[in-house]
Design a protein around this ligand. Structure first.
Ligand code: SF4
Length: 240
């Protein structure tokens, strides 16, 4: 800490002593009386990063932890972990199941055909990755052969997602696909029973829908997905 700042603190402490000696009728000494011009004066303090409050920094720290995580067997076969990415306080947090082959190769979420399709869905309700969304998965490393994650893998990985949600504080969550919905809603129901309805996770409204890769394979799901997206849009409008 620089000399001037230390001197300011010292003057302030002395004025405090004077105040105690003089009684309550005297004007309370101010910081300015002490010559204290604020913490901005200290270059040393300015250079300390706001580690506890900067959400972008906290998200980056989680991404680094994910990248080096060995908490479950899925780290053994991954090329890249996929922590997720997007804007810091998104309108919608989209949560899928886990990385596929292209995500594993690139380290980025939803970059293949399903991702491009998802972008179109979002565009249809006026949302874009660059302005309104954060996109991630419940599982950060690719399960071999795109199999469903095992319960112990899901449990090991969940704290990363929960920490991300608490930092992101999105207005709403959209889960895509059965696995993400089942894990977050703690249910064995199929997606057909729950899609388009409103639920809540960690105090945030959640709407489940189908996974874009499933809809690419099964065009009959297009109509229900459009209904779900309109339900999400209505929810966002209600939330302002
Ligand atoms: S899937 Fe999650 S818990 Fe498992 S190694 Fe990857 S980051 Fe860690």
């Amino acid at each position: 800490m620089d000399e001037k700042l230390l001197e300011s603190y010292w003057n302030l402490l002395n004025l405090g002593d004077d105040y105690l000696r003089c009684g309550r009728k005297r004007r309370h000494p101010s910081l300015r009386d002490a010559g204290f011009t604020g913490l901005k004066a200290s270059p040393a303090l300015r250079s300390v990063p706001a580690r506890d409050t900067d959400p972008a920094l906290l998200l980056k720290e989680i991404a680094q932890e994910v990248s080096s995580c060995t908490a479950c067997r899925l780290h053994e076969g991954r090329h890249h972990a996929v922590p997720g990415e997007g804007v810091v306080h998104p309108m919608v947090l989209i949560i899928g199941e886990g990385p596929g082959a292209q995500e594993d190769a690139s380290g980025r979420p939803f970059v293949g055909p399903a991702g491009q399709y998802l972008d179109k869905w979002m565009k249809a309700i006026g949302l874009s990755r660059s302005e309104h969304l954060f996109i991630g998965n419940v599982i950060k490393c690719r399960p071999p052969g795109n199999r469903d994650p095992l319960p112990d893998e899901a449990a090991a990985c969940r704290p990363f997602l929960d920490r991300q949600i608490d930092i992101l504080r999105p207005k709403a969550i959209l889960t895509v696909g059965r696995i993400a919905m089942q894990l977050l809603l703690d249910t064995t129901d199929g997606i057909g029973r729950r899609h388009g309805k409103r639920f809540e996770y960690r105090g945030i409204p959640l709407v489940p829908t189908y996974h874009p890769s499933g809809v690419l394979r099964n065009p009959e799901y297009r109509a229900p997905v459009w209904k779900d997206l309109k339900a999400l849009r209505s929810l966002l409008e209600e939330l302002g």
